[in-house]
Structure formats: structure tokens, C-alpha cells
Design a binder for this molecule. Structure first.
Ligand code: SF4
Length: 515
């Protein structure tokens, strides 16, 4: 049972020293190798010869052995005296160079990874921050050292005890540090999701300007308020990212006018700037992709494969973000996948990707393709920004964003589509993904690409229109492709959709059948 284990047994001057012989015999019987270290007072109770005979080793009782000149200082503090026993553990840790980090968060509810995945139903909910109803956004922004006041926490607007059920929330974190880089901003930002979920009685889904936070009645009754959210962010950022963050300031803006101004003037331009950095990169221009398993707390079999042309399906983790995550934490949620062993370029099937997915999902998923929705599509967790789903009559795909509550020509709402797509499963014909992926040249590339898109909610079409039109022009020479895509103002049933596509001479009508 203890075979191969090396155990140091310390004996000091006490009547219990006699028991050492029994302990040594028991340890050796179980296969351990025992080295006795004894203080001079200990030798008054039991002789080194007895101990040496039992262990078959010389007993160490001095730093310096007179006999052969050996220094026994390789056991740090082996013979250090500590008469104040309340200090023994502390002193032992110091002598061995062991540092233990412990943090007490000043919040009235428990805080642990075990609470991640906690679902708060409407009946148990005290208040909600939800992008479908109010302005929401989360942004971590790097600033100069002199622009950040460490541990400054600001609640700008009403707190959750003002009597309302729903609030706006712009979470704005300013960080500064000598080693801080702009690329690390989004890595820290994405952790907000996990840290808020670690609070007992708090549920957080989504990211950037599309999220939902619910606070339970129970957590509210225990005294949880917004200032505790700010404390959590401050303590976790300065603890987990202490290598790069020297100062941190947190502002939680619930004033709806100020939150909207922050979203439009600061957050959106910053998100766009980060996204644009990727624009010049392609999957062919890199030698590795990255995994991301951050959402496994909600969907244990889910793993995103993040490539330059395919960001994580939450829309918040780009290839650069995943790379920065790996640089900050080489044992963290993003691991590199060397781009080797291509089995099929059309679908984006690689042996290394399959191996990584199998490993990351503990064997639950064995094969995924990067560019196909019909053949081993990537798994979908639950925080995807959009879902693409097959529309059989037109032979194309509809794309629906989370905010759209109405009916689609596929006969399902976003919620109904999500119930058969999410949870870490692979559902051929359906797939969760980020908004930016829609205009990627790799979007359902194996099935013919963006020419398959036949319907989108108007808001989504307007949001991605410029980039989508640019891709359509580059790939197929089509001008104003979005004019050929229907939305809810044109139709929400498949017959009317088919008529619209014929009228527009949509390219999907001339494409190969999907099934
Ligand atoms: S959706 Fe994917 S990329 Fe985004 S946090 Fe979850 S696992 Fe990571």
C-alpha cells in the first residue's frame, strides 16, 4: 500500500517517542521506506540504535555528522525548534517554501465552482439583468497605471433593492499593470461569466452585450447586493491575474441612460476593434487551433474548437483570445491543437482535432468537423449567439439570433431550436454559433457556404449585413446578397419563403439537395 513511499518520521522528547517503534514497524510492513530524524531530547527516551535497526538506516540527529562530515540540511528545517505549537504549521510551511493562497470574499453568500450551473427559475428570482429587455454589457478595459484607482468600486444607478424587477447593467472593469496587454482584456472579461456563477444564488449566461443574470430571492435575503458583485470581480481579477494586473477598478452602471451611452460609446467600439484584428487572419495562415472548454459546467460534453475564421459559439472567444488564454494559463481551458493530419479539407476534418475533442470531452464526442453542419458538426453548449437550422423546402438554412422571440420558417422559435441543439450534443442540420461566424468564408463551407442562407431576423440581418455582403461579393460576385435573404417582415412560413426565394432568384434554388 505504501510501496515506494519515502516517509520522514520526526521524534522529539516526549513519552510518545516509545510509540515510534510501532509506527515504524507498521510503515515498513506496508512497504514504506522510513528515515528517522530525532532531536537530542528524543534520544533520552529511545536510542538511535533501536531506530536504526528497525529502519535499516542511520538515524539523523545532527545537521552535521561528525563521523563522515555529511550535512543533513537537505531536510529543510528538520531540526528546527518551534516551542510555540500554535506556530508549528505556519513555520513548517515557511521552512518548506510552501505558499498557500486563501481569500475571504466579503460577500454574504457562498462562493465556489460548485454553484456554476445553478439554474434560477422565474419563481425563485428576485431581479434580472437581461439584454432582451434592458441594456447590458461587460467590458474589461486596459488603462494606464495613473488612470486606475485600485479597489475603487462604483455602483452608478439604482441597486437591486430599489424595488424594480429588471435593471440595465453595464459592467465596466478598468485594469492596469506593467505586464498587461490589450489581448488579455477579453480573457479576463470572459471569466466574469464563471465568477458570477460561482456566487450561490446567481445565474449568468452569455457575454459581451448579450447576457442574462438572475439573482435568487434567497441570495437577496442573505444581503447580496451589487457592491458584492464588484467585490467578487476585484478580488478574483487581482488574485487570478496578479501576474498582469496591478490595479483594478470596477464600475457597475445600472442607470439605463448611462449604461446605454457606455455600451454605444465604449463597449461596442472596443468589441469591434478586437474583432477587426482577426479580419486579416485565415485558418490557413496559422499552425494551430485552440480548444475552449469553459462551458463544460453547463454542457459537460461540449468543447469549442476556435480557429481564426470560426470564433467560439458564444461570440466572445476569438482565436486571439484563446491563444492569450493559453499564454496566461498553460493548463487552463484553452489548449492548442496543432493543425496536422487533415482528413478532408472540404469539411475541415483533422485527426488532431478529433483527438483533442475526444480528450476534452472525456470520450463523449469522438469526431467533429470544423466547416460542416451536416457531417459531425461541432457540439453546441447553450450560450451560442445564434442557431443555424435546416429549412427543407428551400434546401437552405435559416439563422436565428437569441434575441428573436418570434416564429421562423422552420416552424420553431429560437427557444425550440435551442432545446434540440444545445447541451453539448451534435445535431446534424442544426448548430449553435457566434454572430461573426455568419459572414465567415468558412461558414457551412462544406454545404456550399453562405449561399445557403435563406432567412434571418431583420435585426440580425442588419447587424451582419455589411460583412455578409462583402463575403458574398468576394466568394460569388453577388451584390447586396442580404436583399435575397428573407426576414420576419417578409415571411415566417416556408411556402411564402419559397415564393420569395424564387422571386429573388436566390442561388440556393440551383444548389445540390442537402439530404
Ligand atoms: S461558447 Fe465555446 S468559446 Fe465560448 S466560452 Fe463556451 S466553450 Fe468557450
Amino acid at each position: 500500500m505504501l510501496k515506494g513511499k519515502k516517509i520522514i518520521l520526526g521524534i522529539t522528547g516526549s513519552i510518545a517517542a516509545y510509540k515510534a517503534c510501532y509506527i515504524i514497524r507498521g510503515l515498513i510492513r506496508q512497504g514504506a521506506e522510513v528515515q528517522v530524524v530525532i532531536t537530542p531530547a528524543g534520544k533520552e527516551f529511545i536510542t538511535p540504535i533501536t531506530l536504526s535497526a528497525l529502519t535499516s538506516k542511520p538515524v539523523i540527529s545532527e545537521f552535521f555528522a561528525q563521523r563522515d562530515g555529511t550535512w543533513n540540511s537537505h531536510v529543510p528545517g528538520a531540526l528546527e525548534s518551534c516551542t510555540d505549537h500554535a506556530e508549528t504549521v505556519k513555520k513548517s510551511l515557511e521552512l518548506r517554501g510552501i505558499k498557500i493562497k486563501s481569500k475571504e470574499l466579503p460577500i454574504p453568500v457562498a462562493f465556489a465552482a460548485a454553484f456554476e450551473g445553478e439554474i434560477i427559475r422565474k419563481a425563485d428570482m428576485k431581479v434580472e439583468f437581461w439584454s432582451a429587455k434592458n441594456t447590458t454589457c461587460e467590458l474589461v478595459l486596459m488603462k494606464n497605471m495613473d488612470e486606475v484607482e485600485d479597489h475603487k468600486l462604483v455602483i452608478d444607478g439604482p441597486d437591486i433593492d430599489s424595488g424594480d424587477l429588471e435593471y440595465a447593467l453595464a459592467t465596466c472593469v478598468y485594469v492596469a499593470g506593467k505586464k498587461m496587454q490589450a489581448d488579455f482584456e477579453s480573457v479576463i472579461e470572459r471569466k466574469i461569466h464563471a465568477w458570477f456563477n460561482y456566487m450561490e444564488g446567481v445565474m449568468h449566461t452569455g457575454q459581451r452585450n448579450q447576457f442574462r443574470i438572475r439573482i435568487s430571492k434567497d441570495a437577496y435575503d442573505k444581503g447580496l447586493r451589487l457592491t458584492h458583485f464588484a467585490e467578487v470581480l476585484y478580488h478574483m481579477i487581482t488574485d487570478e491575474f496578479d501576474a498582469v494586473v496591478d490595479k483594478c477598478e470596477v464600475h457597475l452602471i445600472t442607470d439605463p441612460v448611462k449604461a446605454t451611452a457606455f455600451l454605444n460609446d465604449v463597449a461596442i467600439p472596443r468589441y469591434n476593434m478586437r474583432d477587426d484584428r482577426l479580419a486579416s487572419m485565415t485558418d490557413e495562415s496559422v499552425d494551430r487551433f485552440f480548444t475552449c472548454i469553459l462551458c463544460q459546467s453547463f454542457a459537460p460534453a461540449h468543447c469549442c474548437v476556435v480557429t481564426p475564421e470560426r470564433l467560439g459559439l458564444c461570440g466572445a472567444v476569438s482565436w486571439l483570445d484563446a491563444k492569450a488564454t493559453y499564454e496566461l494559463n498553460p493548463n487552463g481551458p484553452s489548449q492548442p491543437i496543432m493543425k496536422e493530419g487533415c482528413l478532408d479539407e472540404r469539411t475541415g476534418r483533422y485527426t488532431t482535432v478529433n483527438d483533442a475533442i475526444k480528450d476534452a470531452t472525456h470520450g463523449a464526442v469522438e469526431e467533429v468537423t470544423l466547416y460542416s453542419i451536416m457531417e459531425d458538426p461541432m457540439t453546441s453548449c447553450g450560450c451560442f449567439e445564434c442557431i443555424s437550422g435546416i429549412e427543407p423546402m428551400s434546401n437552405g438554412f435559416i439563422v436565428v439570433n437569441r434575441e428573436y422571440a418570434g416564429m421562423t420558417p422552420a416552424g420553431m422559435t429560437f427557444g425550440e431550436l435551442a432545446s434540440c441543439t444545445g447541451g453539448g450534443v451534435q445535431t446534424p442540420g442544426y448548430m449553435g454559433h457566434g454572430r461573426h461566424f455568419i459572414s465567415s468564408k468558412k461558414f457551412i463551407h462544406a454545404e456550399g457556404g453562405i449561399e445557403r442562407i435563406v432567412w434571418m431576423p431583420k435585426e440580425l440581418k442588419d447587424d451582419v449585413g455589411e460583412r455578409l455582403n462583402k463575403t458574398a461579393k468576394e466568394l460569388y460576385g453577388i451584390d447586396n446578397f442580404t436583399d435575397m435573404i428573407a426576414d420576419e417582415t417578409i415571411c415566417t412560413d416556408c411556402d411564402a419563403l419559397y415564393e420569395f426565394l424564387q422571386e429573388k432568384n436566390h442561388p440556393v434554388l440551383a444548389m445540390e439537395p442537402l439530404m
